[in-house]
Ligand binder design. Structure first.
Ligand code: AMP
Length: 436
């Protein structure tokens, strides 16, 4: 379930009954949202030719140190690590991309044809500050295109896939923000210019940015502190400094966007903060209700990631979003997931013998493909029918002593109250007819 601000009475719940801070139980009340989002992601994976890959929840911490960078927030501040009894330093994965690339290289998946389109979904962990749409354990799904050439057509396709996802989920006010952060050739020059610019204004920088200027200068651009934000206005623009190859690549991405009439905002301060990104970076936001949750999805190109892991140069581009980030936005926008078409047939009994017979009957109906609800442990018929009401069942099948001897069952329409006795030989057919 999506976390609510802790109420006073919640604080009195014993610790043994609480989730750890930033972690959350997914309760049946939210089942509709979860299956809608998971279903849409799987549907798009099929439609766009992505195949499922699942990596372990624990990885060597090195996998993230070498790829995200020691100075990145995710690695430096948010990683959950542990030492095994054997002395290995492992990390709970904070995202899917580096492990997916590790698996791609480790299993030589490129031999199966290139590029490989890979889809993963599962829990990730970050010791983040919990707030609206932000957790310490959350479920990310990730679409990655790895191998082959670094053609911008796949940058565009991954973006399109996510825009389609949000359209399918009926999320309104979706905005795509795009930038290019260059490559090994042009980015270092840009970084130097950026650092020089900020050095000249060091007095206005926050403490974090003074540190960032040394460790992770691109992150100077996404600081929210007022002094730093003001400086950003006049900071050098990466898009003006791209080398010819990066410039052509980025133009390619934009042309594919134009081809499909996708609107976008060029956001020259968007950098994404992880070492492995190069060239295209993007984030998808919503402008309407729920916008305070932050980016709904984010991704980019990572052509050097494979080399950081010790593999051969392998281009890649991908994007991730979390279910926990999308649900509060859907709720804030009043999007209700379609409820599962429940067949809502309830079997009830009156009397001991009928109870035993019902037990068998319920199994027979389930085997015939009919979804059955029951409260077989309840003795009184009244109590059972109350449960049927709570389940919003349409039909109740009621067994009494008499029906058992006659080989029949009472079929009651719970809306109209009308009922008739139907022979057990015809019952499956009769239920199917009524449910149609
Ligand atoms: P990132 O890997 O930080 O770019 O995040 C990609 C996507 O993961 C975001 O757009 C969110 O959908 C989701 N996400 C990131 N951090 C969290 C978090 N702490 N809680 C829930 N979802 C998150």
């Amino acid at each position: 379930m999506v976390a609510k601000p802790k109420k006073k009475e919640d604080r009195e719940i014993p610790k043994t009954l609480q989730e750890p801070k930033g972690m959350h139980d997914v309760l049946p009340v939210d089942e509709g949202y979860w299956s809608r989002i998971e279903g849409a992601a799987r549907e798009l994976a099929d439609a766009y030719g992505f195949r499922r890959i699942d990596t372990p929840i624990l990885e060597f911490a090195e996998v993230f140190r070498k790829t995200e960078g020691e100075a990145s927030d995710v690695f430096a501040k948010e990683m959950y690590t542990l030492k095994t009894r054997g002395g290995d330093l492992l990390a709970l994965r904070p995202e899917h991309t580096p492990p997916v690339m590790r698996a791609y290289l480790g299993h030589s998946l490129g031999r199966l044809g290139q590029p490989q389109k890979l889809f993963s979904m599962g829990p990730v962990f970050r010791h983040d500050n919990p707030q609206f749409g932000r957790y310490r354990q959350f479920t990310q799904f990730d679409f990655d295109v790895i191998g082959g050439s670094n053609d911008p057509i796949y940058d565009a396709q991954v973006i399109l896939l996510f825009l389609r996802l949000f359209a399918m989920l009926k999320v309104k006010g979706v905005v795509l923000k795009l930038n290019s952060i260059g490559c090994r050739v042009c980015q270092p020059l840009y970084r130097r210019q950026l650092v020089a610019y900020y050095r000249n204004h060091e007095k206005k920088l926050c403490q974090n940015c003074i540190r960032r200027a040394k460790t992770n200068p691109l992150r100077l651009l996404d600081c929210k502190e007022p002094g730093c934000a003001e400086l950003r206005e006049h900071a050098p623009n990466m898009l003006d400094k791209l080398c010819a190859t990066c410039s052509t690549h980025f133009k390619g991405v934009l042309e594919y966007m134009d081809e499909l009439k996708v609107s976008y905002v060029l956001e020259n301060t968007l950098v994404r903060g992880l070492d492995y990104y190069s060239r295209t970076v993007f984030e998808i936001f919503t402008e309407g209700e729920g916008k305070e949750a932050g980016a709904l999805a984010g991704g980019g190109r990572y052509d050097y990631l494979a080399e950081f892991l010790g593999g051969h140069a392998t281009p890649g581009v991908g994007c991730a979003a979390s279910i926990e980030r999308i649900i509060p936005v859907m709720k804030a926008q009043g999007v209700v997931p379609p409820s599962k078409a429940r067949t809502a047939v309830f079997v009830a009994h009156a009397g001991d013998l009928a109870k035993r017979r019902s037990f068998r009957f319920v199994e027979e109906l389930r085997r015939a493909g009919i979804h059955i609800k029951e409260a077989l442990a309840k003795e009184s018929l009244k109590a059972q029918l109350k449960s049927a009401d709570r389940e919003e069942a349409h039909l109740a099948l009621i067994f009494g002593q008499k029906e058992i001897y006659e080989g029949t069952v009472i079929v009651r329409d719970l809306k109209s109250g009308l009922q008739e006795t139907v022979s057990l030989d015809r019952i499956v057919e009769e239920i199917k007819k009524r449910l149609r």
